[in-house]
Design a protein around this ligand. Structure first.
Ligand code: HEM
Length: 444
């Protein structure tokens, strides 16, 4: 255990100002924000463990970026720990994590599927969910599924984000000793379905592997495993392969599709924003070719809309817990090795100095006076530092291409007057699922 160099005696460990019992588990992020108003750093007790909550841009930046190495441990997340058991990329630590973290067509398939709705009212949840599933699936298994494939439907039918961020998960994480919670068996049942699918795919890949011609993530991993067969310390193991595939499938699917789903809701509420995006696309890309990533820099308004959707919906209000990798001094306080760290991303994405009127969804938050795209360090939807989202680039690409492809091809028509669409639940953070809604996709 690394000893801290002698220095001035640090003040007593952080004051304990809260207790999980005082947090409203229905909306843990909001409760944390309320508690954290008193200062940028506070300690709460989650179950029996002290957890440090960081609030506001300065404290979060100082921890995740300036002291990034020490804050790069992954904190405990009991429900997922039980599943991941320390393997994979998202919930592993140290060498294991370092070794494994690696590195338009689907948007068009989505447009085709939306055309088939024939402008009649539909809930786009399922179709939006197919896109990221197929993108990840192509990277990992080198195959996409038809949207009516039975196996695909079974796999997709595992609502992870709801579980990850929902009430049930908060409760389970706060009180891990409550092993039997109503509904928790579904989580493990879903995991069992996913795991057996992954095992089947890995087996198929092992049988057809051509060491000189890897086709996808599994092939690369299997080759690396073979090369490191004699290295006892290698992290390229079967357990890690399975856990990493699971991490990518879960972390990279509902996050993106839920963002898009909320995003469409915001666009239904603000038809003037959709109209402006379409105008920009028409002007820059035209009607006859599909938007691509190279167009992004020439579509500042559209880029700002995608950022604003992510800022406003605040998908991961308290991110995923970190843990400090050693005893450290942080802001005059001593934080002991292993202490869980929660970053209150809401306090950054809703900072009213950086984003005036943050409760209002306004693409102007990311535009300067001349209408150019304005980057903001406060855009922490993917967190920041060494442990930031591993799929950020992919997610941004998907969100941009899905949004531009939809708006190039369709006008979104709500079934109710936009002023009656309630988006207040959207930014309330954790545990809120957009209400069931339908809309018509009218071909332009
Ligand atoms: C809109 C979409 C997404 C959002 C808002 C999002 C957000 C996040 C956040 C906040 C974290 C926690 C970072 C931290 O602990 O500091 C995270 C971690 C992670 N995300 Fe994402 N994510 C998205 C999409 C994706 C995609 C598409 C993938 C995969 C291809 C992905 C893979 C991961 C992984 C593997 C981690 C764990 C990284 C690690 O522990 O080193 N995410 N994401």
């Amino acid at each position: 255990k690394q000893k801290l160099p002698p220095g001035p005696t640090p003040p007593t460990p952080l004051p304990i100002v809260g207790n999980i019992l005082q947090l409203n588990t229905k909306n843990i992020s909001k409760s944390i924000s309320m508690l954290a108003k008193d200062g940028p750093v506070l300690t709460v007790y989650c179950g029996m463990k002290p957890t440090v909550v960081l609030h506001g841009y300065e404290a979060i930046k100082e921890a995740l970026i300036d002291q990034g190495e020490e804050f790069s441990g992954r904190g405990s997340f009991p429900m997922l720990d039980k599943i991941a058991q320390g393997f994979g990329v998202g919930f592993s630590n140290g060498e294991r994590w370092k070794q494994i973290r690696f590195s338009l067509m689907e948007a068009l398939c989505l447009a085709e599927a939306l055309k088939k709705t024939d402008a009649s009212p539909c809930d786009p949840t399922f179709l939006l969910g197919c896109v990221p599933w197929n993108v990840i699936s192509t990277i990992i298994f080198q195959n996409r599924f038809d949207y009516s494939d039975q196996k695909f439907l079974t796999l997709m039918n595992s609502p992870w984000i709801q579980v990850r961020s929902g009430f049930l998960l908060n409760l389970y994480n706060a009180f891990p000793f409550l092993r039997v919670l109503p509904g928790s068996h579904n989580v493990f049942k879903n995991y069992a379905i996913q795991r057996s699918f992954i095992l089947e795919k890995v087996k198929e890949h092992q049988e057809s592997l051509d060491m000189n011609n890897p086709q996808d993530f599994i092939d690369y991993f299997l080759i690396k495993m073979e090369k490191e067969r004699h290295n006892q310390h290698s992290e390229f193991t079967m357990d890690n392969l399975i856990a990493t595939i699971w991490d990518l499938l879960t972390a990279g699917t509902e996050t993106t599709s839920t963002t898009m789903r909320y995003g469409l809701l915001l666009l239904l509420k603000h038809p003037e924003i959709s109209a402006k995006v379409r105008e920009e696309i028409d002007h820059v890309v035209g009607k006859n070719q599909s938007p691509c990533m190279q167009d992004r820099s020439r579509l500042p308004y559209t880029d700002a809309v995608v950022h604003e959707i992510q800022r406003y919906i605040n998908l991961a209000p308290t991110s995923i817990p970190h843990a400090v990798t050693q005893d450290i001094r942080f802001r005059e306080s001593l934080i002991l090795k292993g202490t869980a760290i929660l970053t209150d991303l809401t306090s950054v994405l809703y900072d009213d100095k950086e984003f005036p009127n943050p409760e209002k969804s306004d693409p102007g938050h990311f535009l300067d006076e001349s209408g150019n795209f304005k980057k903001s360090d406060y855009f922490m939807a993917f967190s920041a530092g060494k442990r930031a989202c591993a799929g950020e680039g992919l997610a941004r690409m998907e969100l941009f291409l899905i949004l531009t492809t939809i708006l190039q091809n369709f006008t979104l028509k709500p079934l109710v007057d936009p002023k009656d669409i309630d988006i207040t639940s959207v930014h309330k953070g954790i545990g809120t699922i957009p209400p069931f809604y339908e809309l018509c996709f009218i071909l332009v």
